[in-house]
Design a protein around this ligand. Structure first.
Ligand code: ADP
Ligand code: MG
Length: 260
């Protein structure tokens, strides 16, 4: 992977669920170190794109490269034809470990403290020693502003705090790419800012990020690229000034009017 290899390169991605043709030719390039914010109405396929990048879904057609490496290559394979190339579970696990994902729901282990939630996968997946994993977890909890909450259980934390633990947990795997799927949508409004603040810091640190969100202010401030999706295609993409400030497509204008 050379310096100018994009972190993510999606070409003509199609995804069908049975007869439902959900992604209809998505193209997207996310340069290394950049932040891409994906906007779009519910049902437009935003989560499916993220899930394909993470190989949580098989592609129906198209290609995805992450860090130059081909993922889930099934070009030309449509409607149940046999796959040309199938990746092994080991390939997928290795590739997926390079990608951190944060969902709308925090999915913390309820019976573990914040610290242990951040330690767990480091020991299980990366085979770090308990001592190293704990040191790294403490450092990350500090980074997300929760050093003083490390021995709290999820039920003792606010939604915003839980989401910050979830971000620390994803970062503990040393990902090259972070995917966020509506990370603040389940939060009370007063807790949204603390999570966006952590994400803003992460972006400033140079992390490559794809963020699905309706937070237009975040998109305007932090995104290098804004992508507007509808009905399984990218309708419009460009800088925040272009897409948010001067949208060209009627669907983009209608959507922005509905969320602003
Ligand atoms: P968004 O995240 O933009 O709201 P999604 O990617 O979740 O959209 O969904 C796009 C479409 O795909 C929706 O019509 C949804 O119902 C459908 N869909 C998503 N996942 C599945 C699935 N596992 N099986 C069948 N349909 C699905
Ligand atoms: Mg979604």
């Amino acid at each position: 992977m050379t310096d100018d290899t994009p972190m993510v390169e999606i070409t003509d991605l199609h995804k069908e669920f049975g007869h439902l043709h959900v992604l209809r030719g998505v193209d997207l390039v996310v340069p290394t170190g950049s932040v891409c914010v994906v906007l779009g109405p519910s049902g437009s396929g935003k989560s499916t794109v993220l899930r394909c990048i993470n190989e949580l879904e098989d592609l129906t057609a198209g290609r995805i490269r992450v860090g130059g490496e081909l993922m889930g290559y099934r070009e030309g394979v449509r409607r149940g034809a046999p796959a040309l190339f199938r990746r092994t579970d080991k390939d997928i696990a290795r590739q997926r470990s390079r990608i951190g994902m944060v969902f709308q729901r925090f999915n913390l282990f309820p019976h573990m403290t914040a610290l242990d939630n951040v330690v767990e996968a480091q020991v299980q997946v990366l085979k770090r020693s308990k001592r190293d994993a704990t040191a790294r977890a403490e450092e990350l909890l500090q980074r997300v502003g929760l050093a003083d909450r490390s021995d709290h259980y999820p039920s003792q934390l606010s939604g915003g705090q839980q989401q910050r633990v979830a971000i620390a947990r994803a970062l503990a795997m040393d990902p090259e790419l972070m995917l966020f799927d509506e990370p603040t949508s389940a939060l009370d409004p007063e807790l949204v800012g603390e999570v966006l603040g952590v994400m803003r810091d992460l972006a400033a640190s140079g992390m490559t990020m794809i963020v699905v969100t309706h937070e237009i202010g975040f998109a305007r401030e932090v995104a290098d690229q804004v992508v507007f999706m509808a009905d399984g295609v990218v309708v419009e993409q460009g800088s925040p000034a272009e897409v948010l400030g001067n949208p060209q497509e009627a669907r983009t204008k209608d959507f922005l009017a509905s969320v602003l």
